[in-house]
Design a protein around this ligand. Structure first.
Ligand code: HEC
Ligand code: HEC
Length: 189
């Protein structure tokens, strides 16, 4: 039987006995030292997308669009998901009880290399009139829209260090609803 790394991490109290017993069979002590070395080495391997000081690389130090795919992925995991989770949960604790990459990227997010917009988030009408009609016909949409515009967009804009889309002052590369939502296909009248 191997010495489980788990007991090594749990501290000497739990490993002591096990080692004493196993060293009688020779070689095990050596194996124990080797596993210690491996554990120590793993603890010091800098993970992808991290700076030497352990902080995840990301905006504003490195512009979002200048980041590599791996850096973006790490930043999503270390900064975006943990920051956005309580925001979504405070709006609807039940719906967002489980909050992870798939919440924004959809069930096939990982397969599609996290390309946005998501296939699973409800599409939005592609015209202002269409959107206004939805706000009237869907009783839940006004409060969702309010939440999206006042909380989700500004928080994401800050995380990515991108300006939030403002119809009065449209700028290139601004962060908007379309970063997550697809737009409904244009319908001919
Ligand atoms: C709150 C919503 C949200 C969550 C949660 C989230 N993401 Fe993202 N993610 C986005 C948005 C929005 C973009 C696109 C940003 C842009 O470029 O406009 C994005 C982009 C990405 C990209 C870059 C994709 C590309 O175009 O190359 C990767 C990789 C990524 N996310 C991975 C993840 C992973 C992994 C997780 C889970 C740990 C995650 N995301 C969780 C919203 C989210
Ligand atoms: C960071 C990603 C993200 C951005 C940006 C975003 N949304 Fe959302 N939105 C979501 C998620 C996740 C849901 C919940 C999943 C769903 O309902 O499809 C959602 C749900 C909604 C819903 C409820 C749809 C339903 O299921 O009935 C509306 C309406 C909505 N968003 C409108 C907007 C508008 C308008 C904007 C821009 C002002 C916007 N969203 C920006 C991620 C986003």
């Amino acid at each position: 039987m191997r010495i489980r790394p788990f007991s090594i991490l749990m501290g000497p109290a739990s490993t002591g006995l096990g080692i004493a017993r196993r060293t009688r069979r020779g070689r095990s002590k050596e194996r124990f030292q080797v596993s210690c070395l491996i554990v120590t080495a793993l603890l010091f391997v800098p993970s992808v997308g991290r700076r030497a000081d352990g902080k995840t690389v990301g905006p504003p130090e490195v512009a979002w669009k200048a980041m590599t795919y791996q850096q973006k992925k790490a930043y999503m995991k270390e900064a975006v998901a943990p920051t956005m989770k309580p925001i979504f949960q405070s709006f609807d604790a039940k719906k967002f009880k489980t909050f992870n990459c798939a919440t924004c990227h959809g069930a096939d997010g990982a397969d599609r290399k996290f390309k946005m917009p998501s296939h699973d988030i409800h599409p939005l009408p592609n015209t202002e009139e269409g959107f206004k009609a939805k706000l009237k016909s869907e009783p839940t949409w006004p409060k969702w829209t309010d939440f999206m515009a006042k909380q989700v967009e500004p928080a994401m804009g800050k995380l990515l260090d991108l300006p939030v889309f403002d119809p009065k002052k449209p700028v290139q590369g601004a962060f908007s609803c379309g970063a997550c939502h697809r737009l409904e296909a244009a319908k001919s009248e």
